[in-house]
Design a protein around this ligand. Structure first.
Ligand code: DMJ
Length: 640
């Protein structure tokens, strides 16, 4: 059956447009279209009428302009006597003629515009569906192109800090060199398998040989492993792999996604990873991506107190907190672990917004009462009050303390406020949380509801390195004491590894009567390729050069190789006390970012990333010390 064609005013045939579902009868679509067309004409006539009326009616809108006090700027209406009309629109003599001419000109313009719009509408209706689609696609491509050009626009140049020791560290000793090579081979194995089976996904399932993700990364594939691993690849000299990762980031890493991510995790892994990759390689793209992502995180700070939400939707900017957190609270270790990256963002962009956000958090924390001088892990971002009184140097608290110390180090030791807060916090921790077991092991417990729980998490083992790093510059010259404390924590954490069947540490271990440094509950016996114990060995190695730390690190590397390595990568294990490992089938991104990096550094010379020039963020991404001597960040000439 042929479809009757419409014969519009212009006399040209308009092919019927069928935009309804496929089963929709064709002639009904045509009929709808003609109705639309008539409506369009009526609408156009109505608009013309309105415009006309607008210019013929007494000019009430101009009264509004006087009300705004802008009359002198907009139209200087002066009456015949030269007095200001104070709101009355008076027209006389030659002025009247000029106004009539002006109105006529405007009327003609409106008529011409209207006819042009009508012609364009008719033209559109003449086009086939395919032609319209093609036009839309062309428009879309244009917008994407424009966005890409905008994305590549370089940020204002700033003086790059002195980047010392981004290469090298070759050990003189053969045995050490071989060990270092072995760690590099492990990195290759982890990366290559991710490249083959998980490319672009956040993480890898090395046994199922496919991509993996968790809710911290949201619902989209953001290549977390690529971003997290970049600087490790760089310092190991795996340049082809680094370039491969860089290309993926250039072409695929997009933050305009409808995805709800953890502000903390995305900051430490993505922003930290991108900034470190930028400083090491000098490639502008990493800086640009870091800033794009940071902008997406900013809406998380829109809370009544300025304490950010734990999660934010990258597209809508809507934030919220974890359902499990005490009374809708934000988490100390999350909102307290943004400082390093945000200060660098302000430094690199010249935009103080990032610096202000984190300084606001610090100021707010300073003003608050602290039970026993301890910081509880939960803080409500609506009320600004603490949630449950639970204090921990492990999960939920850990990196907050770490970032106080590192803010001071990163500022070239000029941020005295941060150092003071760190010293106060460590004194309270020592007084209330650090104990010695009957067997002589020093451990860090957790403060819960008014009593000390004699349990230490694997995460808290990082504190051995932190105490050693903070020894220099401590109050009353207690450097020796803090170095010793760091060494004691390292020994305890080593024991937690040594007392298992696999020589890998459990997630959490107890000090209860006869039980020392051993996990009791089944749910705490797993090892997920975490770095904290090896991190502490590395810091202590750098400060003491005691060979035991290299030896302990090597034991851990061998255990990982033996029990966690599978043909498709590396996997965590579910029970470190069982001699036959059951794998959890996850290769965590921090295994490449941290565990393997700290092992590699442990078997490298101290000239690779020296600690007086670099400060490692909590995900082991090295950021250079900013030598802003005798000035605040806002006084920095790099900040405009
Ligand atoms: C890492 O993502 C970071 O080290 C973080 O601070 C806490 N833990 C994991 C690794 O265990």
């Amino acid at each position: 059956m042929t479809t009757p064609a419409l014969l519009p005013l212009s006399g040209r045939r308009i092919p019927p447009l069928n935009l309804g579902p496929p089963s929709f009868p064709h002639h009904r679509a045509t009929l709808r279209l003609s109705e639309k067309f008539i409506l369009l004409l009526i609408l156009s006539a109505f608009i013309t009428l309105c415009f006309g009326a607008f210019f013929f009616l007494p000019d009430s809108s101009k009264h509004k302009r006087f009300d705004l006090g802008l009359e002198d700027v907009l139209i200087p209406h002066v009456d015949a006597k030269g007095a200001k009309s104070s709101g009355v629109f008076l027209i006389h003599g030659p002025d009247e003629h000029r106004h009539r001419e002006e109105e006529e000109r405007l009327r003609n313009k409106i008529r011409a515009d209207h006819e042009k719009a009508l012609e364009e509408a008719k033209e559109k209706l003449r086009k086939s569906r395919e032609e319209i689609r093609a036009e839309i696609q062309t428009e879309k491509n244009k917008v994407v192109q424009e966005m890409k050009i905008k994305e590549k626009k370089p940020l204002p140049p700033v003086p790059i800090p002195n980047l010392v020791g981004i290469n090298g560290g070759d050990p003189e000793d053969n045995d050490i060199r071989e060990k270092r090579e072995k760690i590099k081979e492990m990195m290759k194995h982890a990366w290559d398998n991710y490249r083959t089976y998980g490319w672009g996904h956040n993480e890898l399932r090395p046994i199922a040989r496919k991509g993996h993700s968790t809710n911290i990364f949201g619902s989209s594939q953001m290549g977390a492993t690529i971003v997290d691993a970049l600087d490790t690849l760089y310092i190991m000299g795996l340049h082809a792999e680094f370039l491969d990762g860089q290309r993926w980031i250039e072409d695929n890493l997009d933050f305009s996604v409808n995805s709800e991510v953890s502000v903390f995790e995305v900051n430490i892994r993505f922003i930290g990873g991108l900034l470190a990759a930028y400083y090491l390689s000098g490639e502008e793209i990493f800086k640009i991506k870091a800033v794009q992502l940071a902008e997406k995180l900013l809406p998380a700070f829109n809370t009544p107190t300025g304490i950010p939400w734990a999660m934010v939707n990258l597209k809508s900017g809507v934030g919220r907190n974890w359902g499990w957190a005490s009374a809708g609270s934000s988490i100390l270790a999350e909102f307290g672990t943004l400082h390093m990256e945000f200060v660098h963002l302000s430094y690199l962009t010249g935009d103080l917004v990032y610096y202000k956000k984190v300084m606001h958090i610090r100021k707010l924390l300073q003003k608050m009462d602290r039970p026993n001088g301890l910081y509880p892990n939960y803080l409500n971002p609506r009320t600004g009050r603490w949630g449950q009184y639970h204090t921990s140097v492990g999960g939920l608290g850990d990196s907050f303390y770490e970032y106080l110390l590192k803010a001071w180090l990163m500022s070239d030791k000029t941020d005295h406020e941060a150092r003071r807060m760190y010293d106060d916090a460590v004194e309270a921790i020592e007084k209330h949380l650090i104990k010695k077991s009957r067997g002589g092991l020093v451990f860090i417990g957790e403060w819960k509801n008014g009593h000390l729980e004699k349990k230490m998490g694997h995460l808290a083992c990082f504190a051995g390195g932190m105490f050693a790093l903070g020894a220099d510059g401590s109050r009353m010259d207690k450097a020796g004491h803090y170095l010793e404390l760091g060494a004691e924590i390292a020994r305890t954490c080593h024991e937690s590894y040594d007392r298992t069947a696999l020589k890998l540490g459990p997630e959490s271990f107890k000090f209860d009567g006869a039980v020392e440094a051993v996990a009791v509950r089944q749910a705490e016996k797993y090892y997920i390729l975490r770095p904290e114990v090896i991190e502490t060995y590395w810091y202590l190695w750098r400060f003491t050069h005691d060979p035991r730390y290299r030896q302990w690190g090597w034991e851990a590397a061998l255990a990982i190789e033996k029990y966690c390595r599978v043909s498709g990568g590396f996997s965590g294990v579910k029970d470190v006390y069982s001699s036959i490992p059951t794998h959890d089938d996850v290769q965590q991104s921090f295994f490449l970012a941290e565990t393997l990096k700290y092992l590699y550094l442990l078997f490298s010379g101290d000239d690779l990333l020296p600690l007086d020039h670099w400060v490692f963020n909590t995900e082991a991404h090295p950021l250079p010390v900013l030598h802003l001597a005798n000035t605040t960040l806002s006084g920095n000439p790099a900040v405009r």
